[in-house]
Design a protein around this ligand. Sequence first.
Ligand code: NAD
Ligand code: UDP
Length: 327
Amino acid sequence: MSTRTLVTGGAGFLGSHLCKALVDRGEHVICLDSLFTSRMETIEPLLEFSNFEFLKHDVVVPYNFDVDVIYNLACPAAPGHYQYDPVHTLKTSVIGSLNALELAKRCGARVFHASTSEIYGDPELHPQPESYKGSVNPIGLRACYDEGKRAAETLMFDFHRQHQVDVRVARIFNTYGPNMHPFDGRVVSNFICQALAGDDLTVFGDGTQTRSFCYVSDLIQGCLALASAPDVLEPINLGNPEEFTMVELAHLVLEITGSKSKLIYKPLPADDPSKRQPDIAKAKGLLGWSPSTTLESGLQQTIAWFESIDMSKWSPPTPNWAGGLTA
Ligand code: NAD
Ligand code: UDP
């Protein structure tokens, strides 16, 4: 019998790629999503397969299935959207993860949890290894996401120690690619959409803050490798260590699109991390995984996808997509 797999947040950017990879390898995939920050467009091609089902559901409300593996991805990931209803974001991370773990305990499933580099906050240590405990403002605008994800990691390892649930925890760094919501508000989708529309590219702060961008196909390979690895009972960083400033990213997007757009500078959002770069020694050593797509190549593929979509089918999930929120 084929593996029965539940993907929460399966209609989102990463979830849609993960569902496709799992359907392609013959697993029976149940995709659970409230469609808060996603649209059916991303998973429409999968609906024709008999080994794929979609259910609209909020993971804060308990659910029941008989599954072998649970990929716990449900959570808004773009700052504007997770700050729109911060209480629900925190509930989604904490109660959503609790519901996934309770189900895993009942049916003996393995849980793969999508954690984040945000648990390191605005890091004093650079690059960030998994042993770094982080520097998070517990009462700031980003706390609903950061602290929610930190609590979810606590739940993962407590369910393992207390109830022997088999857990895998990926700390995912900034990832981009096709199927990103065009009104997501994240830097890669914003810069691409602005460049293609001939609008100014909105650089927050002075644009010297850094991020390390991973192309989605690399990331999904890393997630699958971790999910199936035996006995990796510790968090693993997944990301591309190549680090860029936001001004460098803006110029690369302009160069690839051939856009004549200009850069305009807007206030830096509160608690925006000044730098971020994964130390992926553990992923290399334990999983034999490392990313291979350069930012230039990944951007070319992402830009081609944005050029191909019908923008009239997409609308902003919340009003918070166009600019950074300040305190
Ligand atoms: P996304 O916003 O595109 O996808 C999240 C999905 O979860 C959406 O389909 C949304 O509708 C769904 N969702 C949100 N709240 C829900 C709820 N209460 N019940 C059911 N569904 C709900 O974001 P993404 O980039 O695909 O991120 C997926 C996961 O990976 C998230 O948990 C995120 O924290 C994590 N992550 C992503 C990145 C990244 O760079 N993309 C980085 C670190 C961590
Ligand atoms: N950013 C920017 N312009 C935008 C959107 C974001 O300069 O239009 C900056 C943002 O301030 C942050 C970086 O780009 O420093 C990455 O932001 P994103 O929201 O993509 O991810 P996160 O901050 O969660 O890493």
